[in-house]
Design a protein around this ligand. Structure first.
Ligand code: ZN
Ligand code: ZN
Length: 228
């Protein structure tokens, strides 16, 4: 919640957004799009045959968005190299000031998320000959949804989103304001999944994140803290 006492924290977090982070975001966008286009074009596939993968990738991206978001909120520290000043900083700023994301331009909103898929895109490039086309298309589509997740997240916070956002929200293809609003209520530990938010109901029903926290505590001695 944005209060007077939090203003200095917000300013300190915003000061962490420098030219290095901006360059990282721009490079992530260029590399991710280039590798994705490379696969789509070089495979010379009739993509219409793979249309059935679309809903699968849509579900998978929602789960990935939740796992990344949960991990950042629960264990993330701004001091961590690379991801600390990118993912963790923006999540922390966002929890203190939920409208901060609505003031970010397209690159600041989406740049870091384009980074998520790059390591796997590189692995796919190296081992393309051994990976079935179905898996490559599934990953390419999931990568696109994941890369654009923070745009959907931003729309869920925007008081008057544009017409495209309103259509996508109304058709339930992207995260709705109502679903995501639950995440910003105390104790701030539910509905982490933010691509379309449809898998939240399963994650909350089976308490998957609480179970993961227990597993992390046993295996890695990591105790949850909330980035609030
Ligand atoms: Zn969060
Ligand atoms: Zn949010």
């Amino acid at each position: 919640m944005k209060t007077k006492s939090n203003d200095s924290r917000i300013q300190a977090l915003q000061a962490g957004y420098n030219w290095k982070i901006r360059s990282f975001e721009i490079a992530s966008i260029i590399i991710n799009i280039s590798l994705t286009l490379f696969f789509v074009i070089s495979l010379k596939l009739n993509l219409i045959h793979y249309i059935w993968i679309l809903p699968l990738s849509w579900v998978l991206a929602d789960i990935i968005s939740g796992l990344v978001h949960w991990f950042a909120d629960t264990y993330g520290k701004v001091e961590w190299p690379i991801i600390g000043n990118t993912f963790i900083r923006s999540f922390l700023e966002h929890h203190i000031d939920p409208l901060s994301i609505t003031r970010h331009d397209w690159i600041e909103t989406n740049g870091a998320n384009f980074f998520i898929g790059i390591p796997l895109l590189i692995l796919m490039y190296l081992f393309e000959a051994f990976i079935p086309n179905t898996i490559i298309i599934l990953f390419a589509l999931t990568n696109i949804w994941t890369a654009l997740t923070n745009q959907f997240h931003k729309w869920a916070h925007t008081p008057r989103p544009n017409q495209l956002a309103r259509i996508l929200q109304a058709s339930k293809l992207v995260l709705s304001t109502e679903t995501h609003a639950q995440h910003h209520k105390s104790p701030f530990d539910i509905n982490y999944n933010i691509t379309n938010g449809h898998t939240n109901i399963i994650f909350e029903r089976f308490k998957i994140y609480r179970r993961l926290e227990k597993i992390f505590s046993i295996l890695f001695k990591l105790n949850p803290h909330r980035n609030l």
